[in-house]
Design a protein around this ligand. Structure first.
Ligand code: NAD
Length: 497
């Protein structure tokens, strides 16, 4: 395979140049639907990473981007959006081959990436300051400035979209960037950075370093030349980043894991609640931070819900993302596949009732890839590990509740607080309950849609800060007060003679 088909070895993009990482450690990048090698990633060293940080530092301090007008920055962002859109089809296909998700999902991600650049091009043109006429004849102004050198570290589940959620606002705000894609899904990042070059982002303003977390990610997080780290990934790594960032007290933004509740009341439209319940967990093969992985169902409809949910879960066709008849794609890697299969065994041993799925899919030549059946556990109880821990795969737990208070208590019985949903025909009850769910992203009679205008982020151990909307732009900005005395005269506090 490798001998006949040339595979690309990824390079770093530092100070406007494509450079081979200096280490000898090179690993294969795998198409999770077929097991084929689709690229090679060299693992950059600490020195490679420091070179990128230096380039970003110099670019930031030169003011080439930070001092550009909002018109100039917006024009570049709009061009990036146009270029992404112009090759949306190729980018989506590459995303599917790299990550395993079905093409329809990848197409959505790419379209959303273009929208995200347009959105941030738009909001930087809006007024963003304040002024006050304060005592002593002083005009106080509040202005926003870029934070400086920002380190952006992203996961593998939405390779292009999670990257753009950070790159677009960081660039819009005028920062310089050192970006690290996930080593599991790095393929589209190179094309994205070529697009930045084509769109005219000045050299040194965006830098990409490919490699692993403990070397590249850790170097970025520790560096005193980096002013902020924006991270999306697991809660465990988020904790490491927080520690590493303490050295220079850099600003941090953390988008972490979840174990989100999806509450179904007896007065909900059953078919709608089942439909969104399936979408909530099996979209992205469950490898979605906001997945509705804990379904809580009111006692009186519990049996009917479980039966219909299991029946429909079994109708989901699992297969390669490029096959238009597939409803659910591959698991991103063999490591993740094994982790999910382990959790399925844990669920069985804990006494949860397996009502659908539970196995690796190997028929129809799928054995070379990493596929798992949509898996449903009913009769789950709060202390089970499958209820408490983020599995990050197509595995859902269903629990029963009998009162509104119990539903809220079970929903919040988690260390996480990323997302949550409520299904009910009673609008007042739905609003009352969703307001009590301790999570940052919530839906009523709906699950999963995301809008670039609305803040994305979690309570509790699901993170710190918010992506998207004006909130993300503000995260990538410092706020400064400038006080201007309107009458130039001494203040006479200390004796003059
Ligand atoms: P991960 O935490 O293993 O890795 C994420 C990134 O961090 C990768 O680029 C990795 O190389 C890097 N990294 C690893 N160790 C590091 C270290 N010590 N220092 C700095 N960087 C390091 O996560 P993953 O397995 O790629 O992604 C899955 C996780 O991401 C899940 O927990 C999921 O919930 C979370 N996630 C959260 C959101 C959100 O918006 N809250 C979105 C997507 C994914």
């Amino acid at each position: 395979m490798e001998a006949t088909q040339a595979v690309k070895t990824l390079k770093n993009y530092i100070n406007g140049e494509w450079q081979a990482p200096s280490s000898d450690r090179v690993e294969d990048v795998i198409n999770p639907a077929t097991g084929e090698v689709i690229g090679k990633i060299a693992f950059s060293t600490k020195e490679d990473t420091e070179r990128a940080i230096d380039a970003a530092r110099q670019a930031f301090d030169s003011g080439v981007w930070a001092d550009a007008t909002t018109h100039e920055r917006a024009a570049v962002l709009l061009k990036i959006a146009d270029l992404i859109e112009a090759e949306a089809e190729e980018l989506a296909k590459a995303e599917t081959i790299d990550n395993g998700k079905i093409l329809a999902e990848a197409e959505f991600d790419v379209a959303d990436a273009a929208t995200c650049f347009r959105y941030y091009a738009g909001i930087i043109m809006h007024p963003d300051g304040e002024t006050y006429h304060v005592p002593d004849n002083v005009q106080a102004m509040v202005v926003k400035e870029p934070v400086g050198v920002t380190g952006l570290i992203v996961p593998w589940n939405f390779p292009i979209l999670m990257s753009v959620w950070k790159l677009a606002p960081a660039l819009a705000a005028g920062n310089a960037i050192v970006y690290k894609p996930s080593e599991v899904t790095p393929m589209n990042a190179q094309r994205l950075f070529e697009i930045f070059e084509e769109a005219g982002v000045p050299h040194g303003v965006v830098n990409m370093v490919v490699g692993d977390g403990p070397t590249v990610g850790q170097t970025i997080s520790e560096s005193h030349e980096v002013d902020m780290v924006s991270f999306t990934g697991s809660t465990a790594v988020g904790r490491e980043i927080m520690k590493a960032a303490a050295g220079n007290l850099k600003k941090i933004s953390l988008e972490l894991g979840g174990k989100s509740p999806n509450i179904v009341f007896a007065d909900a439209d059953l078919e709608t609640a089942v439909d969104y319940g399936l979408f909530g967990i099996f979209f992205g093969s469950g490898q979605v931070c906001s997945a509705g992985s804990r379904i809580l169902v009111e006692e009186s409809i519990y049996d009917r819900y479980v039966e219909r949910f299991a029946e429909r879960a079994q109708l989901i066709k699992v297969g390669p993302g490029l096959d238009p008849t597939s409803n659910m794609g591959a698991i991103v890697s063999e490591k993740q596949l094994n982790r999910i299969l382990d959790y399925i065994e844990i669920g069985k041993s804990e006494g949860a009732r397996l009502v659908a799925g539970g196995k690796r899919v190997v028929d129809n030549n799928l054995d070379k890839g990493f596929f798992i059946e949509p898996t449903v556990f009913a009769d789950c109880t709060p202390e089970m590990r499958i209820v408490r821990e983020e599995i990050f795969g197509p595995v859902v737990t269903i629990q029963k509740f009998s009162t509104e208070e119990e539903a809220i208590r079970l929903a919040n019985d988690t260390d996480y607080g990323l997302a949550g949903g409520v299904f009910s025909g009673d609008g007042a009850k739905a609003l009352r309950v969703i307001k009590k769910v301790r999570a940052g992203i919530t839906w009523v009679n709906d699950y999963h849609p995301t809008y670039v205008e609305a803040p994305w982020g979690g309570y509790k151990q699901s993170g710190i800060g918010r992506s998207l909307g004006k909130y993300s732009l503000e995260e990538f900005q410092e706020v400064k007060q400038i006080n201007i005395r309107l009458s130039v005269e001494p203040n006479g506090w200390f004796p003059a003679e």
